[in-house]
Design a protein around this ligand. Structure first.
Ligand code: BG6
Ligand code: MG
Length: 219
């Protein structure tokens, strides 16, 4: 077993793709004739594509056939893909490479723990794939966050006990999943939204390397 491991969510933690998910869902809501606000979008963070569409249709009070539902899922993803196609390293969130590099130098095992089925191509586009020893994404997970499954699979793949794993998350559902997995949760974003996290930071620029050292030492 390794002593400590670090798990990163992707969307909204490593890259600012949350805005692209929002734009793609908003386009569908516009098409269906109802408003979809950024505040409502908080509920979509960390949540599977399918569940997001269910929530969107609840918000718009729309019921549809299974066939239409599946067609909209495809349509949303195609819109989303047009945004991520153009991504490059410039879309990595500030100071993320600094932290990844620091952990890599210390040979600390790292995993991605994301609900997204597009996680691998995004990591490739922004050239961060080589940092990760394990990738757990929406293709492997059967139970979406807030279920702890995604992070428990990551901990097994890293060979690090859940209690020795640290999770960076920007979603309420993700913080709950990390807490339920018995891991140290770090909220990246607004503290009042992510109040259940063990530690809170607005973004990675607020995290110093001494704090990371301390996390490694105490795991
Ligand atoms: C999560 C996002 O990382 O991935 C959610 O926070 C998104 O908003 C989910 O719905 C699924 O992503 P994808 O790329 O498989 O549609
Ligand atoms: Mg996220």
């Amino acid at each position: 077993m390794n002593e400590s491991g670090f798990i990163f969510d992707l969307d909204g933690v490593i890259v600012d793709t949350a805005k692209y998910h929002y734009l793609a869902w908003k386009k569908l809501a516009d098409q269906l004739g109802f408003e979809f606000t950024e505040e409502q979008n908080e509920r979509f963070k960390g949540v599977s594509r399918r569940r997001c569409l269910e929530i969107l249709l609840e918000l718009g009070e729309i019921t549809v056939s299974q066939q239409q539902f599946d067609a909209w899922l495809i349509e949303k993803n195609e819109d989303y893909l047009t945004y991520i196609e153009k991504m490059d390293e410039s879309e990595i969130l500030p100071d993320v490479p600094k932290i990844l590099h620091f952990l890599k130098e210390k040979n600390i095992p790292m995993a991605l723990g994301s609900a997204s089925k597009n996680a691998r191509p995004i990591l490739e586009k922004v050239k961060l794939l080589p940092y990760f020893d394990a990738i757990v994404d929406g293709k492997q997970v059967t139970k979406a966050k807030p279920d702890p499954e995604v992070f428990l699979i990551a901990s097994q793949m890293l060979k690090v006990a859940p209690g020795n794993c640290v999770v960076f998350e920007d979603a309420v559902a993700g913080i709950e999943a990390a807490n339920r997995a018995g891991m140290t949760s770090i909220g990246i974003g607004e503290q009042d939204v992510l109040s259940q996290a063990k530690y809170n930071f607005k973004d990675f620029t607020e995290i110093d390397l001494e704090f990371i050292e301390q996390l490694i030492r105490t795991k």
